[in-house]
Write a protein that binds this ligand. Structure first.
Ligand SMILES: CC(C)(COP(=O)(O)OP(=O)(O)OC[C@H]1O[C@@H](n2cnc3c(N)ncnc32)[C@H](O)[C@@H]1OP(=O)(O)O)[C@@H](O)C(=O)NCCC(=O)NCCS
Length: 304
């Protein structure tokens, strides 16, 4: 389908409206189906935005022909898709340009573009736009038939659900584990209060040794920000924390349990594999500068 520039409307949204969710699902299924992808888009229930995700929709008349989504505001991650029948007409470029404008307005000087390692169009697009490859991550899914839970649990080791008063402790454990300041106590408290995420603290003999975050989206639950403070590593605490966490999630009857890990992080990869997780997908992350020449974001090629 050729989309004329007059017909194309680009619209930023805090969340897809109730009526739009089924169009987004259908577009996602067409884009995934065209290249055998599993694009990293988790749809919230209608009217419930997930904290930190913004959407940019491309409409041709009243049909949804493309969507980009921006996750986070510190180092925003951007991904997008265009209906297979409307590609190579500049819609992807228009969506990326709109995402870049929003991120620049938030004070970002660069964005991280995400595409699936096995996707031909996404990689070609991102590389053509000047994205600089940084790293790749595996998405791993917990295999319920694995023997992971037969592991003996260490005495005196416990996993506690963190409450708002624990937010500063979670922030400092996360800082220690990852060596960055991605999580602020107020951000953690915000997520807890808005029921977006749950945070857990691992303790051995009452000493906090690590923490993790769980985000439930639809029938899936993501384990993220999983870390043991460096001085407590090498003692088996990571395995204990993951086994307890998986145990809690399974007892709750959660659907698929997912975890994402840098493909170069040998220690984490081997821990997750030992605990019953298996790689299902790989994603590539690119840095795209929003400074200097904006040529790579131009390309007003929607057919006239
Ligand atoms: C990536 C995607 C969003 C691009 O959408 P689009 O509307 O086709 O993008 P544009 O028309 O603006 O393309 C801009 C340029 O990207 C490059 N490009 C895009 N798709 C390409 C492909 N399949 N092969 C080679 N180059 C490609 C080209 O240089 C193109 O310019 P040209 O058509 O003048 O040669 C779309 O292909 C898609 O939905 N892919 C699946 C989802 C995905 O992988 N998303 C990750 C991207 S963040």
């Amino acid at each position: 389908m050729v989309v004329k520039s007059d017909d194309l409307r680009i619209e930023a949204l805090d969340h897809p409206t109730e009526g739009m969710v089924s169009s987004v699902e259908a577009l996602l299924a067409r884009c995934n189906g065209a290249e055998g992808l599993e694009l990293p888009l988790d749809l919230p229930p209608p009217q419930e935005g997930i904290h930190g995700i913004r959407w940019i929709a491309a409409f041709a008349g009243s049909s949804l022909v493309g969507l980009a989504w921006i996750q986070g505001s510190n180092d925003p991650e951007v991904c997008g898709m265009v209906d297979p029948g409307c590609r190579r007409g500049g819609i992807g470029t228009a969506l990326l340009r709109a995402a870049a404008t929003l991120c620049r307005a938030d004070g970002s000087s660069s964005v991280t573009l995400v595409c699936e390692a096995g996707g031909v169009s996404g990689r070609a697009f991102v590389e053509m736009k000047g994205g600089r490859y940084r790293f790749s991550e595996y998405r791993m899914a917990f295999d319920r038939t694995s023997i992971a839970r037969t592991e003996p649990l260490t005495l005196g080791f416990q996993l506690d659900l963190a409450g708002p008063d624990d937010a500063p402790l979670v922030a400092s454990l996360t800082d220690e584990a990852f060596g960055d300041h991605t999580w602020s106590p107020s951000g953690i408290e915000y997520e807890m209060k808005n029921l977006v995420s749950r945070f857990f603290i691992a303790r051995h003999g009452h000493v906090p040794v690590g923490s993790s975050r769980c985000v439930a989206i639809g029938s899936q639950v993501y384990v993220t920000a999983f870390g043991i403070a460096p001085r407590y590593r090498g003692k088996g605490y990571g395995r204990q924390m993951l086994l307890r966490l998986v145990g809690v999630l399974m007892e709750e009857g959660q659907g698929q349990i997912l975890i994402e890990v840098d493909t170069e992080n040998r220690a984490a990869l081997s821990l997750y594999r030992q605990c019953g997780f298996k790689e299902t997908r790989a994603y590539r992350f690119y840095e795209l500068s929003l400074l200097g020449s904006r040529d790579h974001l131009s390309g007003e090629r929607v057919r006239q």
